[in-house]
Design a protein around this ligand. Structure first.
Ligand code: DQA
Length: 150
């Protein structure tokens, strides 16, 4: 089983970006932790980051077939992107939305997610651990879907 992890805009700056909000780990360190968790779960994982909404749409559209589930931190696109929401809905790929910070405890514009209604669930507020919990959730989700379809 292969899981796709997408990091949205500005997440390349983790480590130095508002560390009191997002923690001190770099994106590369988070990706290493994701890879280590994937190993213990005996799944493959591919992590990608971009600032471009269009690239995220292309990755989501191409994901079914190659990937069993998606873990996505859409970052600022969470609060703006109907297009990412529509791509997830169109492909039907099992999706877990993750955020390092608790978006519900911050500015009011961060409380709304366009992605949440088409995701299986949202994990928000656990720092780097949000990704690891998200990966576990995605594997559980994809396993239960493949059981139902076989
Ligand atoms: C974020 C929360 C978003 O509101 C913000 O725009 C981000 C990061 C998080 O992981 O906490 O870039 O998705």
């Amino acid at each position: 089983m292969k899981i796709l992890v997408i990091h949205g805009p500005n997440l390349n700056l983790l480590g130095t970006r508002e560390p009191e909000v997002y923690g001190r780990l770099t994106l590369a360190q988070i990706d290493q932790k994701i890879a280590a968790t994937a190993k213990t779960l005996q799944v493959e994982v591919e992590c990608r980051q971009t600032h471009e909404e269009g690239k995220i749409l292309e990755w989501i559209q191409a994901a079914p077939g190659g990937f069993a589930a998606l873990v996505i931190n859409p970052a600022a696109f969470t609060h703006t992107s109907v297009a990412i929401r529509d791509a997830i809905a169109a492909t039907g790929i099992p999706t877990v939305e993750v955020h390092l910070s608790n978006i519900h405890a911050r500015e009011s514009f961060r409380r709304h997610s366009f992605i949440a209604p088409v995701a299986a669930g949202q994990i928000s507020g656990f720092g780097q651990e949000s990704y690891l919990l998200g990966l576990r959730a995605a594997v559980t989700l994809a396993s239960s879907q493949s059981e139902h379809s076989s």
